[in-house]
Design a protein around this ligand. Structure first.
Ligand code: AMP
Ligand code: MG
Length: 350
C-alpha cells in the first residue's frame, strides 16, 4: 500500500491534510497522528472492521485494548455509563491532556477494541493536531501508540515512518512530541481510583483532586513474579530495542566504573555497546554510543529522550545497552517504569 505522508505546517494548506485524513478514517482506513504523549495509530473507534485493522498493522495481541480519543468532554456520555461527580472533576482538572481514564462502557463500544472487557479507555488529547483531526472527522478515534507491537513508542514522525510506511493509509507529521511517554492510565470504573500505568500526571496530582489513589501492584515490579496487571498491555515486554538492556544502580562513581568495565568486556568480544547517561556524567563513559538523556534533575528531558535513545540503538545495531537509573520524581516514575520493562524487570545494584 502507498502511505500518504503529510506534514502539518500551521498554514492554510493544513486544511486539505485534515480533510484527507478525515475521509480515510470515515471510510475505515488507518491514520497515524501526533499527540502530546507519543504518535497514535488511529481508526474509527465505533467501526469494528476499521479498528480491528489496527491490531493487524501493529501485530498487536487481540486481548490488548485500545484507547478511544475524544475532542469534547460532553462526548464522554456517548461512550460510557456511570459518570459521577468524581469523574467530572478529574476531567475538569486534567482534560485535555496526557490522561487516559478507564470507565464503564456503553453497548455501542465494540468488544474488539476493549479486548472483551466491560470497560473502555478514554482520552482527550491536548495536541492541536489530534484535537483537530477528531473534530474535523466527527468520529471517535481508537488509537494505541503507532509502533509495531513490542518496539519503543514513536516520539517523532520518522519513527512512525520506520514502522508503518507501506502498512497504513496515512501518516500526519508534526515535529517531535512534547512529553515522550504514553499517557497515565487511571481506572475510575470502580470505587478505588487506581493508576494502571504511570505517565506525565502523577499520583500526587491525582490525590489533590481525588483523595487516596492506589497504584496497581503489578506495575511496581511484580509482573516478573507472576502478578497480572489490570491494564492488559502492561504485561507485555514492551519498549524493548533489539539490544539487551541493563540498568545499573548505586553510588555514582561505582555505577560509572561498573558500566565502563562491562562495556570493555563486551567490546572485547566484538559486541557493540550503547550507554544511557545523564548529562552530568556524559564525558565519563567510552562506548560505541553514549546517549545523553538530559540532566539528572530534568525528568521531562529524560522522558523525551527515552524512546529516541532505544530506537537509535537499534538503528546503530547495538548489542548491549547499559543505562544509569534516572530520577523517579514527576514524569521520571513513568520513564523508569518503561526502562525497567525494557530491561526485563532487572536492575543490577553495584
Ligand atoms: P497504548 O495506546 O499502545 O499505550 O495502549 C493502550 C493501553 O491502555 C494498554 O496498556 C491497554 O492495556 C490499556 N487499556 C486500554 N483499555 C483498557 C481497559 N478497558 N482496561 C484496562 N486497561 C486498558
Ligand atoms: Mg503502545
Amino acid at each position: 500500500m502507498d502511505t500518504i505522508i503529510a506534514k502539518i505546517q500551521n498554514k492554510d494548506s493544513d486544511e486539505a491534510i485534515y480533510m484527507r485524513a478525515a475521509q480515510i478514517l470515515k471510510s475505515g482506513g488507518l491514520v497515524a497522528f501526533p499527540t502530546e504523549t507519543v504518535y497514535g495509530l488511529g481508526a474509527n473507534a465505533l467501526d469494528k472492521t476499521a479498528s480491528s485493522k489496527i491490531y493487524a498493522a501493529k501485530g498487536r495481541p487481540s486481548d490488548n485494548p485500545l484507547i478511544v480519543h475524544i475532542a469534547d468532554i460532553a462526548d464522554l456520555e456517548k461512550l460510557t455509563v456511570g459518570i459521577d461527580e468524581r469523574i467530572k472533576k478529574v476531567a475538569d482538572v486534567f482534560w485535555p491532556g496526557p490522561l487516559t481514564r478507564i470507565l464503564k462502557k456503553k453497548q455501542c463500544v465494540p468488544d474488539t477494541i476493549t479486548g472483551g472487557l466491560d470497560t473502555v479507555a478514554i482520552r482527550m488529547p491536548s495536541h492541536f493536531v489530534a484535537a483537530n483531526l477528531i473534530r474535523k472527522s466527527k468520529i471517535f478515534i481508537a488509537a494505541p501508540s503507532a509502533n509495531i507491537s513490542g518496539r519503543p513508542s514513536p516520539t517523532r514522525a520518522k519513527h512512525v515512518i520506520e514502522d508503518m510506511n507501506g502498512i497504513i493509509d496515512m501518516i500526519i507529521e508534526y515535529d517531535e512530541v512534547d512529553i515522550g511517554v504514553e499517557s497515565t492510565i487511571i481506572d475510575l470504573s470502580a470505587d478505588k481510583p487506581m493508576i494502571l500505568r504511570p505517565g506525565y500526571i502523577t499520583k500526587a496530582q491525582f490525590e489533590q483532586v481525588l483523595g487516596e489513589v492506589f497504584i496497581d501492584p503489578a506495575i511496581q515490579g511484580n509482573v516478573a513474579n507472576g502478578v497480572v496487571p489490570k491494564a492488559p498491555g502492561m504485561k507485555y515486554k514492551h519498549y524493548a530495542p533489539k539490544a539487551k538492556v541493563n540498568i545499573v544502580d548505586g553510588k555514582d562513581s561505582d555505577v560509572i566504573a561498573a558500566i565502563n568495565h562491562f562495556t570493555r568486556d563486551k567490546q572485547s568480544e566484538g559486541l557493540k555497546v550503547g550507554i544511557m547517561t545523564c548529562s552530568e556524567n556524559r564525558t565519563k563513559y567510552k562506548a560505541d554510543i553514549v546517549f545523553d538523556m538530559g540532566s539528572r534533575y530534568d525528568e521531562a528531558s529524560n522522558a523525551r529522550n527515552l524512546f529516541e535513545a532505544l530506537r537509535f540503538f537499534d538503528e546503530k545495531k547495538i548489542d548491549y545497552v547499559y543505562s544509569e537509573s534516572f530520577s523517579t520524581n514527576n514524569v521520571g516514575a513513568a520513564v523508569m517504569n518503561r526502562l525497567i520493562k525494557a530491561a526485563g524487570h532487572t536492575i543490577l545494584y553495584v
